[in-house]
Design a protein around this ligand. Structure first.
Ligand code: H79
Length: 609
């Protein structure tokens, strides 16, 4: 939709023209605009604030996605019989874990014929589940491309028994578009098949092919998201992927399509990498500090199809996981693994449909879509509470005995103006009690999965919108605030991603600098605020002269947090001391409060000296 205008494509052409004019070089020599990461001192690579940007808006609302693991490994359906007759089991890691010789693995892949892959059925399964986006493996660690890549013949068109006229990713894109479902691609950096991958001397050749493949995917299928994996240090084959490789790749992708959403495994899974964190097979017990996040999880015990794996999660578990995730401000990416013919296993389809039925009933999906962390109440033992504006959704998984109450612990002062159980006509008595409220429903649970009590609240009173223009920023060309500052500006926000080569100003080199931000910060609502700094190398934060964060031991990319009580409309003095020694440089200031979800502190709430 919006993204089809592709402003970057035009920029790319201009960049190419510029390069030609400057160098007089041949088109071949300057086929690619220079990576943003070589832009030099004075550059801030921060694209936007993923917590608030238009770019990530759909992803932040949609909450629930379908992960699809499908590749040459699927053809083995989780089992490899060795020449000696012994059997080795694994799914998408089967080549490596069962030590299948490459020739053997290639031989079996040549028989791969997922003729029954039905993109419309896949999209329908996702839609029926209430999933609003799909992420499919375009290439897993085995290096096998699921689209007709031109970079090698190790792909579904050139190395399979599949109809060469078909293109699964194109089919899926078409079906997803028709259903209004977003499509993203998983892509493994680690590649067990490409002969140039493991040797640092030939790695640049691999990297070039990888860039070309990613360009094929972006240009050919217009994905909404790229989900990288295999970024970690590894042996067999050696993986040398570095933070700098990640920074370059992120810049390259942004030039290809500035609308792309990218996960943190594009780099080295640090809080500054990509747009969102990727807890795998786990649900964090509180919002992730400093980054959007998405838990990815299998529906049984394997990502790829494994014919013997019947250890399915129940639809109840799926819904409850999703409710927990949404209440902590995250997304849930739930996996299916099609079989060798391309069919999603029926037990998966059944569970997804049951989960979708719950979400679609009585407006219960309101607890998930567009809802997030409340900032107002503690995580209860009896379920999960999420929030959308002035509505709280208390999803109850342990319904109280008749006449008993559910206690809601309030972290901030707010009022409850109404309460009702979705899908039930029973009443709910709300009484202030101890550190919060008691909710006493008059009837039974609405079902075995979860019953949702929808509360309308009056949040703490808000002061008028702010009129700030940012903080005073003084920067030094040394890392100890020594002497007079080299440059003084007003920074609208503290959202810096200098990476390896950037700095606050062209006059300040990319290593050994410091910045002190001063002024005042004015919250709309009074109460307890959590400040989060994302920094590399050191940061100290004071509010009203009191230390809130002191992270002055030089560190790599890191989130630090501190809490402080602020008064509505009051301008609290703020000071941030940030230093960069060598290497990468980052500095962000985020906050979350009683009526304020986690985000970079906006300009309007910051006032210069
Ligand atoms: O694509 C899925 C996994 O293949 C991949 N990431 C998700 C999204 C993944 N990579 N690493 N891991 C998951 C965790 C590592 C697990 C391992 Fe093992 C334990 C690797 C070797 C031992 C599991 C068991 C995989 C092979 C044997």
């Amino acid at each position: 939709m919006r993204r089809s205008t592709r402003p970057a494509r035009a920029l790319g052409v201009l960049g190419l023209l510029g390069a030609l004019l400057l160098t007089g070089g041949s088109p071949a020599a300057s086929a690619k605009p220079p990576p943003r990461d070589t832009a030099g001192p004075g550059t801030n690579h921060a694209i936007d604030d993923p917590f608030t940007s238009e770019r990530t808006s759909w992803w932040r609302q949609d909450r629930f996605g379908m992960f699809i693991h499908f590749g040459a490994y699927s053809n083995l359906e989780g089992e490899y019989t060795r020449p000696d007759g012994t059997v080795c089991r694994n799914a998408e890691w089967i080549k490596r874990e069962c030590a299948i010789p490459t020739a053997e693995y290639e031989k079996q892949a040549a028989t791969f014929n997922p003729a029954d892959f039905d993109a419309e059925a896949v999209v329908k399964a996702a839609k029926d589940a209430g999933q609003r986006y799909i992420v499919i493996t375009s290439k897993h660690h085995d290096g096998y491309a699921m689209w007709p890549t031109k970079q090698n013949s190790w792909n579904l068109r050139d190395h399979s028994s599949f109809d060469p006229r078909r293109d699964l990713l194109a089919e899926l894109k078409k079906a997803a578009d028709a259903a209004g479902i977003k499509l993203g691609f998983y892509y493994s950096i680690w590649d067990w098949h490409d002969p140039d991958f493991a040797d640092p001397a030939t790695f640049p050749r691999y990297k070039k092919r990888m860039y070309a493949q990613l360009k094929e995917l972006v240009d050919g299928y217009d994905p909404a998201l790229l989900w990288f994996d295999g970024e970690w240090d590894a042996d067999n084959p050696t993986n040398t992927w570095s933070r700098r490789d990640g920074a370059d790749l992120q810049a390259y992708l942004h030039d290809l399509d500035p609308g792309l959403i990218v996960n943190n495994r594009v780099g080295k899974r640090e809080v500054v990498d990509g747009d969102f964190g990727t807890p795998e097979q786990e649900i964090p017990d509180e919002p992730v500090a400093g980054q959007l996040w998405e838990s990815c999880m299998t529906l049984n015990d394997h990502w790829g199809f494994a014919k013997y794996d019947t250890h399915w999660k129940s639809s109840t578990t799926v819904v409850r996981n999703l409710l927990d995730v949404a209440s902590r401000g995250g997304n849930y990416l739930l996996n299916v693994g099609p079989d060798r013919r391309g069919r999603i296993p029926q037990p998966s389809v059944d569970r997804l449909r049951e989960a979708g039925r719950w979400l679609g009933a009585h407006g219960q999906g309101g607890a998930v879509y567009g809802a997030g962390h409340t900032g107002l109440v503690a995580d209860p033992s009896w379920g999960a509470v999420s929030r959308r504006g002035d509505t709280l959704y208390a999803s109850v998984t342990s319904w109280p005995a008749a006449g008993s109450a559910l206690h809601l612990t309030a972290k901030e002062a707010f009022k409850v103006t109404s309460a009702r159980v979705l899908g039930s006509s029973q009443g709910v008595r709300v009484t202030p009690s101890g550190d919060g409220f008691d909710l006493t429903p008059s009837g039974a649970a609405t079902g075995p999965v979860a019953s949702v009590i929808r509360l309308t609240i009056e949040p703490p009173a808000a002061s008028p919108p702010g009129t700030g223009t940012g903080l005073t920023a003084r920067s030094w060309a040394n890392d100890s605030f020594n002497g007079p500052p080299a440059v003084t500006t007003v920074d609208p926000t503290v959202n810096k991603s200098y990476r390896f080569d950037g700095s606050p100003d062209p006059r300040i080199p990319s290593d050994h600098f410091s910045t002190r931000w001063t002024g005042s910060i004015q919250p709309r609502t009074g109460g307890t605020y959590t400040f989060t700094t994302v920094s590399d190398d050191t940061v100290r934060l004071w509010i009203d002269g009191e230390p809130v964060i002191d992270s002055s031991t030089p560190h790599g990319p890191k989130a630090d947090q501190g809490t402080v009580t602020l008064t509505a409309g009051h301008r609290h003095s703020i000071r941030i001391d940030y230093t960069e020694g060598t290497g990468e440089a980052h500095m962000k200031l985020l906050w979350a409060g009683p009526d304020q979800s986690l985000q970079v502190v906006p300009r309007s709430r910051l006032y210069a000296d």
